[in-house]
Ligand binder design. Structure first.
Ligand code: 5AD
Ligand code: SF4
Length: 451
């Protein structure tokens, strides 16, 4: 088999990272192995994100940067959510792109590449590109290979995809399509294969992961039950999941945080805004009070749970008071970490055509104030771990020689000095110093706490 070089650039969320990994898995049997730069690649895939304005602008500038490397041999592909949303526009603006395909059709990559080569051979010039942005009847998951290449100690596994909620700011229901849950058995098998490859921590992914619904035996199986089922896989030490919606936070899932030791004490539960008025215009279909009640209940099951959220500032109609309500919600909850964004109107979503769009300078000002508060909370959370000894899964190489990077149960990044042989192990670390985005500590025992 002829060796071929594959360069994939991934933008955006963890789901895209998962998809990129699966694309590499599909292409491996065809002789493709990953390289770090587009130069000299036989196939370049830009796996794009459409969630906010800046994310899709980057794609066009990256295409321009890759163009000089493109020779007759190179197949240049744009995948992901920008491809899904504006595939025809990409082909018009960048006619040198060979393939454009969405998140639901990448299982057809081998066939698309063969077609791209055939049309390159014909040298038919601009307009020869192949566009596949269908929502096919078959699920791509049924056509993905069983092998996983290049997985480390911590891996992603997509269990659910798409969204039926239609928040008025969001493109996901249009780019990823309707909500779909994979069968329990397929997930169990994929998780087992990952563990066989040395994976110790799995993050279950979905745009609405806690809307997961499958069948186990004769019973319905939600996310809580699914995680309990997966916890029987020997060698699987940690389970996480993201992203959840407050409306799908059922009691069974909360109880899993108490009763299933593998389920980590961390929850990313976006609220977006602390104002009921804005939540309503965002079509979130729940109130601030509902969210606070979930958190309160969850803390009764798992008092140490670390919380995270997404926030949007400057959604149409957001007043100073609405924004203050977001700030006081943040103060009331106390987040371990969170993401916050300026509202970015997305074409085709209801928010983009709403009256009362908020001026850019007001958005910037609010974002800064919110991020200042969230940064203080994150630093405080990290400081509270100083002096504690926590199990840390060493899952990445550190920046310096002799250093490894790991994660606490609360998803904090931990830098430790360590022998490389502990890579992939879970060790007890005494936390010594706290920073804004990480902590440092010393390994207590040079033995894995899991053995
Ligand atoms: N503008 C700004 N932020 C957005 N998000 C989604 N759509 C938009 C938008 N149009 C944010 C939300 C979501 C996260 C993944 O991205 O906070 O939870
Ligand atoms: Fe987008 Fe809302 Fe669906 Fe999340 S729940 S993917 S924010 S539409």
């Amino acid at each position: 088999m002829i060796e071929k070089r594959l360069y994939i650039k991934t933008y955006g969320c963890q789901m895209n990272m998962y998809d990129s990994g699966r694309m590499a898995d599909i292409l491996k049997p065809l002789g493709y192995s990953l390289i770090e730069t587009p130069e000299g690649a036989d196939l370049v895939i830009l796996n794009t994100c459409h969630i906010r304005e800046k994310a899709d602008e980057k794609v066009y500038s990256d295409l321009g940067r890759i163009r000089p490397y493109k020779d007759d041999k190179m197949v240049l592909a744009v995948a992901g959510c920008v491809a899904q949303a504006e595939g025809a526009e990409i082909m018009r603006r960048a006619p040198y792109v060979d393939l454009v395909f969405g998140p639901q059709t990448y299982h057809r990559l081998p066939e698309m590449i063969a077609r791209a080569h055939r049309s390159q051979d014909k040298k038919s010039g601009p307009g020869r590109g192949i566009l596949d942005v269908e929502f096919p009847l078959e699920s791509k998951f049924d056509h993905l290979p069983q092998e996983h290449t290049g997985v480390g100690p911590s891996a992603f596994l997509a269990i659910q995809e798409g969204c039926d909620k239609f928040c008025t700011f969001c493109v996901v229901p249009y780019t990823r399509g309707a909500e779909y849950s994979r069968p329990v058995q397929a997930i169990y098998e994929e998780a087992s294969r990952l563990v066989d490859c040395g994976v110790k921590e799995i993050t279950l992914l979905g745009q609405n992961v806690n809307a997961y619904h499958g069948v186990l035996g004769a019973n319905e199986c939600g996310l809580g039950k699914l995680m309990e089922h997966l916890s029987s896989i020997k060698g699987l030490e940690r389970l996480r999941y993201m992203t959840s919606h407050p409306r799908d936070m059922d009691e069974e899932l909360m109880i899993a945080h108490r009763d299933v030791p593998q389920v980590m004490p961390f929850l990313h539960l976006p609220i977006q805004s602390g104002s009921n008025q804005i939540l309503e215009t965002m079509n979130r279909k729940h109130t601030r009070e509902h969210y606070l009640k979930i958190i309160e209940k969850l803390r009764t099951y798992r008092p140490d749970i670390a919380l995270s959220s997404d926030f949007i500032v400057g959604f149409p109609g957001e007043t100073d008071q609405d924004f203050e309500d977001t700030l006081n919600l943040v103060s009331e909850i106390g987040y371990a970490q969170a993401y916050s964004f300026k509202y970015s109107p997305r074409l085709g979503t209801p928010g983009a055509v709403m009256d009362n769009q908020v001026p850019e300078d007001v958005k910037s000002d609010r974002l800064e104030r919110l991020q200042d508060l969230l940064n203080v909370q994150q630093q405080t959370f990290n400081e509270l771990s100083v002096g504690k000894t926590l199990p840390v899964l060493l899952d990445r190489k550190g920046k310096k020689e002799g250093q490894l990077l790991g994660k606490t149960p609360y998803l904090q990044s931990v830098y430790v000095e360590s022998s490389p042989r502990l890579f992939g192990e879970c060790v007890n670390v005494t936390i010594e110093k706290a920073f804004a985005n990480s902590v440092t500590g010393t390994i207590l025992t040079q033995e894995s706490v899991l053995k």
